[in-house]
Design a binder for this molecule. Structure first.
Ligand SMILES: NC(=O)c1ccc[n+]([C@@H]2O[C@H](COP(=O)([O-])OP(=O)(O)OC[C@H]3O[C@@H](n4cnc5c(N)ncnc54)[C@H](OP(=O)(O)O)[C@@H]3O)[C@@H](O)[C@H]2O)c1
Length: 129
């Protein structure tokens, strides 16, 4: 099941916590080169350092998925470092919860920017490589 992961280069957005960070640790342990993106640079830098200390390959790039330029830099860094991108895990996301009648329109806008536009911005960056 996992014998085709080693050597693959995998970009993961939202790699600073939760499922993104867990996927990064797991895939790096299987031999993948992981390219970590998120806004909290300290967290992805620390995670990349831990993966490297454990014998894996990891690179971190501060990335806000609502910014197309950040995603371009994330993918370009992966290509420059490892030669190609094989997989993009479009994981970055937020899930603000509040009753609709509270009209937290700023949260709706942020959710659409991250969960929808962020995925749309990231996907063509992967296919560009
Ligand atoms: N855990 C669950 O049970 C569950 C269930 C259904 C769906 N989901 C969804 O799956 C995704 C991951 O869940 P999780 O539990 O791992 O959440 P999490 O621990 O809150 O992680 C979310 C990740 O998204 C990143 N992120 C948020 N906004 C970003 C932005 N503008 N640019 C770049 N990265 C951004 C965060 O990094 P920074 O803050 O450092 O940028 C963080 O690394 C989320 O979309 C969540 O809503 C989770």
């Amino acid at each position: 099941m996992t014998d085709n992961i080693a050597g693959k280069t995998i970009v993961i957005t939202g790699a600073s916590s939760g499922m993104g960070a867990a996927a990064a640790r797991h895939l790096a342990a299987q031999g993948a080169n992981v390219v970590l993106g998120a806004r909290r640079a300290d967290r992805i830098d620390t995670l990349a350092a831990k993966i490297i200390d454990a014998g894996g390959k990891a690179t971190s790039v501060t990335t806000d998925v609502t910014r197309q330029d950040d995603l371009r830099t994330l993918v370009d860094t992966g290509v420059e470092t490892y030669g190609r991108i094989d997989v993009l895990i479009n994981n970055a996301g937020i899930m603000p919860l509040s009753p609709l009648e509270r009209l937290r329109v700023d949260e709706w806008d942020q959710m659409i920017d991250v969960n929808l536009k962020g995925v749309l911005y990231a996907s063509p960056q992967h296919s560009r490589t």
